[in-house]
Write a protein that binds this ligand. Sequence first.
Ligand code: SF4
Length: 289
Amino acid sequence: MNYEGVIIRPPSEANSILLQVSQGCSHNKCTFCGAYKWGRFTIKPDEIIMGDIDYAAKHFKHQRRLFLCDGDALIIPQKRLLNILVEIKKNLPWITRVGVYANSKSIKMKTIDELKELRSYGLGIAYMGLETGDDVTLEAIRKGADAQKMIDMGRKIRQAGIKLSITVLLGIAGKKRSHIHATQTGRVLSAIDPEYVGALSLMLIPDTPLYKDYEKGVFDMIEPHEMLEELKTMIANTDLSRGLFHANHASNYLPIRARLPKEKRKTIELIDQALAGKVELKPEHLRAL
Ligand code: SF4
């Protein structure tokens, strides 16, 4: 397989075939993100992508899922993206789900019918970074969308029948807006009602604008117990009809995996126990992105 740059994929795609169809992120402006700072967003040539599909067809016969890398592959023009899905279906008929990262811009660029068309050719899940539902923080981190746009774009994916996994970022609003971040994120998640929510805990990455703000004293990192308070408030304010809320990423202090709404109360009680010092938190040196 032809891989260039750093390949990033959601934790739940750890066992998937990773097909790199683009490089970088078309937005590439979020102040906390150091993932693709090395270069411009490009779509890989069709002959390389088709060569990789051929290779995967010969060598990856046991994997049932495939993830289209990099940062925002949904932004690939419809005809090209559809062609990639068609080739995957033809050459790897055992693949049951194709996943992709999406952001508000790439979702906006597709019509609902185009998304449904992608769904019918195998696109089964989109991963969208919400980070926060707080408009002030969304603007501060240069996410490129306000909360209402995030709600509209998240709902659009769901209306197309594509599963949606949303990432939120504990600590991203700093100390002063921590509570607002938690309540507003819960509100936006409830409005979108995705199948999955993944909460990560902020880790500052050197050379990012947010890191520089932290060094200048403009941005305050919250403490581990404040992250837990944030997580607790967020879960308390999140009403999903039937979703999985997990905070078991390597960056988190307390692993959580809760079916909502069923396990909401139990999860909040577990966080309360951790806040009371009755449950051990992950030591700082074991956290990772
Ligand atoms: S949209 Fe995602 S990958 Fe792109 S800069 Fe923002 S956080 Fe990073």
